[in-house]
Every structure is written in structure tokens, then in C-alpha cells.
Design a protein around this ligand. Structure first.
Ligand code: ZN
Ligand code: ZN
Ligand code: FE
Length: 759
């Protein structure tokens, strides 16, 4: 008797050419039956051949953008009708499956748009089942053309033929388009909106860029502002117009070869640049220089390759590197809508390279850096979201959690049935427009994923807008709230990302961070926490010092220098180094504890050292500015072995005291040791002291691994030095989840989930 099977495939299997792959495979293996998408993934009914080999091939030969999580085969007495294998129309149902991330133009599509004989020659919106826009155009699931922003473009007969032919690379490619039927690009003048009469708006835009123009470009997840990266006048003009004095600009190059003229690129970095996610990769500058204002005082530059045919054609026509920065006012979310862009970006841009394919949601460029042989995301957005992360063993039984994240670099996290969906980077919630965007993303994700939370997790900080949103939702719905301490969430995020099991035992978490609310009423940020998912004990921290002026101490590094030197007993040095500053009133306030909360922040220690070296700005224009400058200064001197490094000492078992560090640092400054060497000795000394403390505490308390997390680990120099000093001890580090507050929501979600798993 003939046997038949039902096969359920879960994972990232829609919008990646999975059905035609199944169809071709079934046809080659002589099977009959059918395949379809539904809300749980892909569903197959098959009979008539070697079904075991078929199931195995489904796992092993999946198309490039697919990720197969599970293949479930069940025998069935129902035999498929007919002799052929067919693809059936999508049925709608409860949403269960992931929408896929946007993918960089594949090599085949790139070759087509550069081939004068191809019907898509020079067409900026070419794509296929292996590449193109996805999450940025999806408005509902199941993923079908009708539920994307391509719904309004009716296929021409040629595209229809490709779309219907299972043997074609564009079979059921939902964003399929061509010059006849698809979206169109045009070039318009900023201010008056006049459309330039040119048959080739992209080549015309490139010509304007060569003359120093600033161009607004409608990209995949939003607008960019671009200018010639070798033209100092143009770059400076962009900085002035954007009110962005120093924060490094990202760059886009036509090809890898161009990037290697300006940066050192390892094989892994090259692979990452050219991967479907196509993130910005931070690369060490080397070789030909760019305009000095691109990234003043930085050792690493952020590069990316063209992410769509529009970018590819523009960069080829331009023939060199472009500054490619998000199209927004500093701090605000970038524009995505044509009208909004005209209104907001006209003060910045001379020209607009527009098109008529709507963007369904804002997606910033993702940012990655290779440290210690692994790709580490610092910002997770376009190309990565909304890919789900598996929950660690033991947490699959947890209830559905919605976690609300922090304040800066905010994200949301939804968990359900063994998966965590970490939202894309939503920005800093202290900006009103970003807060609006955050609320929109909250609704958007819930609807797209059909997520019904049972628990609401949030940061302990009472004043975060994300906390307020969780509380408001709890009032509306009656759902329970689960507050999670900031650094416990950081540690839980890195544990979860590494698959640390729920019953895996204690981990020694090292959270080096900016600021996070501590349960003792002080501000934490340099923490050694003995953690499991459910709970933590604070074993030690950097010795707390006041934040003079509260919030002002976050943006003004010199205030932290005053607090550090006074606390370490070097008041005369403070008087000398900070002559001319209003020290007396701040000291009075610190003595009385007025507007001077105590903080163990590691980020503020970096600020203080930068101020001591006179390299930090008076007032930081972006988070981490002083620390980034300090790292750039230290970088070339990190192999300096001849001088002892500054050490911090664990006082008893609770405070890591920086006063010996300050004594050595002041000595060096007095002897005229160069600032680069002082910065390097600080990095090395801090890293070694941190590692030594972590190893001691892990040993004393029987921790089975050391987990490194927090925003300070964006500093590759510190990160590498800590890893080296930890030797071979088992270490958990971030890769797919950012070490900064972008990872907080994942940590909150797993803590809240773990507290509700009965064991
Ligand atoms: Zn393609
Ligand atoms: Zn067409
Ligand atoms: Fe943090």
C-alpha cells in the first residue's frame, strides 16, 4: 500500500523561496502532492517516493535565506489527489511564523541590473526569492504580495510569467518588479519639489554628488543623507546642517575593493559586509584617508556595501565612497514617508532621490564589529530583525512575555513557545518622536506576530517611558508586571543568547555600563553579580562616587573627574586640572548629597579619565563620545608592556577602588607620559583588574561561567583586554544581541519567564 506524509516545517521559511525549492525537490524525486504556506510555516502533503530522503533534503538543502528550525513528519492514510506536485494558494490563519529580514541584492540580481542586455538593466528595484525587501514592506502575514507595500503595483505579463513559473528564480517572489510594472525612482530638487527631467535620475544624482551636493535617498528602511566622503566641504556642510558636530558618519562603498583602500578588512569582516543582512561594519582605518570630518578622532569607521539595486547603481555611477547617514534630526527617528521627508529633510538636502514604493516600518542600518573572531552586533535592525532567537533550555515552558526595554537604544521583546522575538532598534525614548515610534512598534509587533502576552516585564527605573507603558498596559489589561533590575537583565540577555539552561547554575555577571537603577537607591553601572535567570546577588561593584549635577554628569565628563579625584583624595589635583570650573558649589552639593546620586558606573569612570587627559568634549553631543575618543587614543598603544598598568583593588569583597589608578595616572601625567600611553595603561589596568576580580569572585562563589555585558563592552579594546585576562575560564559574550541597552528587553523577558516556570 502506498504511504503518504504530512510535513510541517517551522522556522524562517516564508518569503525565502521555500515553496519552489520544495516543488523542485519533489519533482526531481518523483513525488506527488502539494506544498503551501500557512500561518505556522510551510505545510507539505506528499506521497509516491523516498519520503525519508525527501525530509532529509528539506533540512539540508534549504535556500540561502531560509532557516529551518523543525521538520515534523507524520504518516497519513490520506493520499494526495492527482499525479503532479503542486503549489497551493496560501490560507490565512492565526499568525505563528516569522516574517523574514530584508536581504541585500543577491549576486544574480546585481549582475542583471548591470547587464545592458537584461530587461532589468539599471532597474533600481530588482529582487528575487533570494534577495530584496521583506520586513520593511510587510504589513500583515501570511507574507503575500497583497499584504506588502507592493500590493498597489500590478504585475505585467512578463513578471507574471516569472512569478508563476516554479522553475524561475522569481517564482512567488512577492516584491517582484520590473521597469514596466514596478516602482519608479526620480530626482527632485529640495525645497520646491521640482522633478528633474532626466531619463536616468540615478546617474544625474551621482553627478550632483560629485559636485558636492547633499542628497536625500529613500532607502530600504528609511531615508539617508549622502554626500561625497572625500569632499571635506560637503561633509562639513552636512554636519552643520544636521547639528551633528562629531558623531561618526557611516560610509557606503560601491564594492569591497574600495573599502580595502580605506580600511583593514579581515576575511570575516568581508563576509559580514557582503552577507544578506549587509550591516554597517566598524573597520580600522588604514590607507587612503577620507574627509577629516567623516569621523573626527576615531580609529574605526563604519562601512557598508550597497543594500539594494538603487544603492548599487548610485554607488557605481558615483565611483567612490559616500557618507550615508540616517535622514533625521539628531536624536529623532529617520523619515520614511515621501511627504515627511520633503518636510523634514529640505533643510539638509539639496536633492531628493525618491521612489514610490512605500516603507512599512522604519529600520535603521544594523551595526556590527568583529571582536575576538566573532561578529558582534552593536545595533540590531535592518537585515536581522525580525529573526527570532531560540529561548534557552527550560524556558520553553514559560508564559508569553512582553518586555519593554530601557530608555536608550530601546527595543521590545516578545517571547512565546520557545522563541524570543527581539524587536529592531527603536532609538532613545527621551526623544518624543522616538517614544511615538516605540508605541507604534509595540502595536505593530503584537499585530504581526499575533502576540498575546501573559506577563509584562520592565526596568526597575520608575521614570522610564518604557516602565510607564508597561504599567499603563497592566492597568488596562490586569496582566501582572515583572520589574527586572537593569544589570540583571543585561546578564540574563547574554546568558539567554548563549543558550545557558534554566537549571545551568550560577553565572558571575560582569556588567560594565552607563547608568541603571539599583534597588538600593543608587545608580549602578560597574557590577559583579552572581546570577541565575530568576535572581541575583550583588557581590561587588566599582566604588560608588557622586554624579555631581545628576543628569548633567552624564553629558559633561569633567564633573565625573571632580567626583573621582575628590573621592580618591586628590582634591588638589582636581583644583589644578579643573581650574576655572564651578567646583565650590558642586562640592557643597556633593557634601550635602544634593542632586548628586551615588553611582558605580563604569561609563562615567571612562568619562573621568577622558577629562583628565583633556580629550573628552566639554559637553558630549552623543552617548559614549568621550569614551570612544579615549579608546581611539589607547588603541595604537595596547601592546605597551614596559610600564605597569593601572590597577584597581578589591577592597574586602565589595568595592573595586579606583584610587590607586588615579595615583598612577596623575603621576604619569606629571612626568609627561604621552596621553596615548596613559589611555592604554588605563584600558589594560581596568581590564586586568576587572578580570582578576571576576575570576576571584567566580571561584569563591562557585560560578560556572563569567558573563560579560553592558554598554562598555562596545569598546573593542576593553573587551579584547578583558577576554585575554580571563584566560581560558568559560566566558559568555554577546554576538547577535547588543551588549548595550538594546539587549535589555531580551534579558527582562527571560527573567520574567524564568520566575514563572515551576521547577
Ligand atoms: Zn536576487
Ligand atoms: Zn513587470
Ligand atoms: Fe545598560
Amino acid at each position: 500500500m502506498e504511504t503518504a506524509v504530512h510535513i510541517r516545517i517551522r522556522g524562517q521559511v516564508q518569503g525565502v523561496g521555500f515553496r519552489p525549492f520544495v516543488w523542485r525537490l519533489a519533482r526531481d524525486m518523483g513525488l506527488r502532492g502539494s506544498v503551501r504556506n500557512d500561518a505556522e510555516g510551510v505545510w507539505i502533503h506528499a506521497a509516491g517516493g523516498n519520503l525519508n530522503a525527501f525530509a532529509q533534503a528539506l533540512r539540508e538543502q534549504a535556500p540561502p535565506l531560509a532557516r529551518v528550525d523543525r521538520v515534523e513528519v507524520t504518516a497519513t492514510p490520506d493520499l494526495p489527489e492527482g499525479e503532479a506536485f503542486t503549489i497551493t494558494v496560501t490560507t490565512t490563519g492565526a499568525a505563528r511564523t516569522g516574517v523574514t529580514p530584508d536581504a541585500m541584492t543577491c549576486p544574480t540580481c546585481a549582475a542583471e541590473v548591470l547587464d545592458p542586455a537584461d530587461r532589468r538593466f539599471a532597474y533600481p528595484f530588482a529582487n528575487c526569492t533570494h534577495c530584496g525587501p521583506r520586513f520593511s514592506i510587510v504589513e500583515a502575514i501570511p507574507y503575500d504580495r497583497g499584504s506588502t507595500t507592493m500590493a498597489g503595483f500590478r504585475l505585467c505579463p512578463d513578471c507574471h510569467e516569472e512569478y508563476d513559473d516554479p522553475a524561475d528564480r522569481r517564482f512567488h517572489a512577492q516584491p517582484i518588479a520590473c521597469p514596466t510594472c514596478g516602482p519608479k525612482a526620480w530626482l527632485e530638487v529640495g525645497g520646491n519639489g521640482r522633478i528633474l527631467d532626466t531619463p536616468d535620475p540615478i546617474t544625474a544624482a551621482a553627478a550632483h554628488l560629485r559636485e558636492g551636493a547633499i542628497l536625500a535617498i529613500k532607502g530600504i528602511g528609511g531615508f539617508h543623507l549622502a554626500c561625497d566622503a572625500r569632499n571635506e566641504k560637503a561633509v562639513t556642510r552636512l554636519r552643520v546642517r544636521k547639528h551633528r558636530p562629531t558623531k561618526p558618519f557611516a560610509l557606503m562603498a560601491p564594492d569591497l575593493g574600495t573599502i580595502t583602500h580605506h580600511a583593514r578588512v579581515s576575511e570575516l569582516e568581508a563576509q559580514t559586509l557582503a552577507s544578506p543582512a549587509a550591516p554597517i561594519v566598524l573597520l580600522e582605518a588604514a590607507g587612503d584617508t577620507l574627509a577629516p570630518s567623516v569621523a573626527p578622532g576615531q580609529w574605526a569607521l563604519g562601512w557598508m556595501l550597497p543594500t539594494s539595486p538603487l544603492h548599487l547603481l548610485l554607488l557605481r555611477a558615483f565611483g567612490g565612497p559616500l557618507v550615508m547617514t540616517s535622514g533625521n534630526l539628531s536624536g529623532e527617528p529617520q523619515a520614511i514617508d515621501n511627504g515627511e521627508a520633503r518636510k523634514k529633510l529640505t533643510p539638509f538636502a539639496d536633492l531628493f532621490l525618491m521612489h514610490d514604493r512605500p516603507i512599512a516600518r522604519r529600520l535603521d542600518d544594523s551595526v556590527a564589529r568583529v571582536v575576538a573572531g566573532r561578529v558582534r552586533l552593536l545595533r540590531r535592525a535592518r537585515g536581522y530583525a525580525p529573526e527570532a532567537l531560540p529561548l534557552p533550555p527550560g524556558l520553553d515552558a514559560a508564559p508569553a512575555v512582553l518586555a519593554h526595554g530601557g530608555l536608550l537604544k530601546s527595543t521590545l521583546c516578545l517571547t512565546r513557545e520557545g522563541e524570543a522575538l527581539l524587536s529592531h532598534h527603536l532609538g532613545d525614548l527621551d526623544d518624543a518622536l522616538t517614544a511615538e515610534e516605540y508605541a507604534k512598534a509595540d502595536r505593530d509587533y503584537a499585530a504581526l506576530m499575533d502576540h498575546a502576552p501573559e506577563v509584562l516585564a520592565h526596568d526597575l527605573h520608575p521614570d522610564y517611558p518604557s516602565t510607564a507603558r508597561a504599567e499603563a498596559r497592566a492597568r488596562e489589561t490586569g496582566l501582572p508586571l515583572e520589574p527586572v533590575q537593569h544589570h540583571h537583565a543585561h546578564v540574563a540577555a547574554v546568558m539567554a543568547e548563549n543558550g545557558w539552561p534554566l537549571d545551568g547554575g550560577k553565572v558571575l555577571g560582569v556588567a560594565l555600563d552607563g547608568l541603571g537603577w539599583g534597588p538600593d537607591g543608587t545608580v549602578w553601572g560597574g557590577e559583579f553579580l552572581l546570577c541565575d535567570y530568576r535572581d541575583f546577588t550583588r557581590l561587588a561593584c566599582l566604588k560608588p562616587v557622586p554624579l555631581p549635577g545628576g543628569g548633567a554628569a552624564q553629558s559633561e565628563p569633567w564633573r565625573n573627574l571632580l567626583a573621582q579625584l575628590d573621592s580618591a583624595g586628590f582634591t588638589e589635583d582636581a583644583d589644578r586640572l579643573l581650574a576655572g570650573r564651578p567646583l565650590a558649589p558642586l562640592r557643597a552639593a556633593m557634601a550635602k548629597g544634593v542632586n548628586s546620586p551615588l553611582s558605580s558606573s563604569c561609563g562615567r569612570l571612562f568619562d573621568a579619565v577622558a577629562a583628565a587627559l583633556g580629550v573628552g568634549p566639554d559637553k558630549q553631543s552623543h552617548e559614549g563620545e568621550a569614551a570612544m575618543t579615549l579608546e581611539a587614543l589607547a588603541r595604537p598603544h595596547m601592546d605597551w608592556e614596559r610600564l605597569p598598568h593601572y590597577r584597581l583593588f578589591l577592597d574586602g569583597e565589595s568595592w573595586l577602588d579606583p584610587s590607586p589608578l588615579w595615583r598612577a595616572l596623575l603621576d604619569d601625567l606629571g612626568r609627561g607620559v604621552s596621553r596615548g600611553i596613559v589611555a592604554a595603561r588605563f584600558h589594560r589596568g581596568l581590564a586586568e583588574s576587572i578580570a582578576e576580580t571576576a575570576l576571584t569572585l567566580a571561584g569563591t562563589h562557585g560560578a560556572r561561567a563569567i558573563a560579560l555585558t553592558g554598554g562598555c563592552f562596545q569598546n573593542a579594546t576593553l573587551f579584547e583586554a578583558v577576554l585575554m585576562a580571563l584566560g581560558g575560564f568559560p566566558t559568555l559574550t554577546h554576538a547577535l544581541v547588543p551588549p548595550n541597552d538594546g539587549g535589555l528587553s531580551l534579558g527582562q523577558a527571560v527573567v520574567a519567564g524564568a520566575r514563572r516556570v515551576i521547577s
